[in-house]
Design a protein. Structure first.
Length: 171
């Protein structure tokens, strides 16, 4: 099964349940099929000019739904194995420098091994660089905060990694 990440909150002219979670500050994702049949979603069940409208079981591909369920379960299992996403992540904006200092709060997991600082160009969607910084709560990287996106993730002793936390500017 090919899984593709789409970097958009939702599709045009409709929205899923995840939007209300995002508005409250919770991480959320949506799962959709790549080619939707609009006759069978967001429609009252009816027949017009011989065309069936509505979200009906006869239009479900249960083999596809089973594969999606397996992907979702594997993703959730993988996330549950790792440490929590770092909290209190800030980027030092109190002075102008050509390096970047990132700070965070230490997690409470018993098997926490340390942290990684990641960065990427602002034009790419995935992390391209990572530096293991150890079991610390601050790191200074010889790279300007103005030119890239930074993030921090936790790593446990088994090598599981948390989702990346984006830093907020320090106050």
């Amino acid at each position: 099964m090919r899984v593709r990440v789409v970097w958009r909150r939702d599709r045009y002219l409709r929205g899923s349940d995840h939007i209300s979670l995002l508005r409250q500050g919770y991480p959320a994702a949506r799962f959709t099929e790549p080619r939707e049949n609009f006759n069978h979603e967001h429609q009252n069940v009816r027949v017009e000019n011989g065309v069936q409208f509505g979200d009906l079981a006869e239009f479900c591909d249960f083999d596809f739904i089973a594969r999606v369920t397996k992907v979702n379960a594997a993703t959730l299992w993988s996330l549950a194995q790792g440490p929590g996403t770092p909290v209190g992540v800030t980027i030092d904006t109190t002075r102008l420098t050509n390096d970047t200092t990132v700070n965070w709060q230490r997690g409470t997991e018993a098997d926490l091994a340390g942290y990684e600082v990641l960065w990427r160009e602002t034009t790419v969607p995935t992390w391209t660089n990572v530096i293991p910084v150890g079991d610390v709560t601050s790191a200074t990287i010889d790279l300007s905060k103005d030119n890239v996106f930074f993030g921090v993730r936790a790593v446990d002793r088994a090598g599981h990694r948390s989702p990346v936390a984006f830093p907020q500017p320090s106050r």
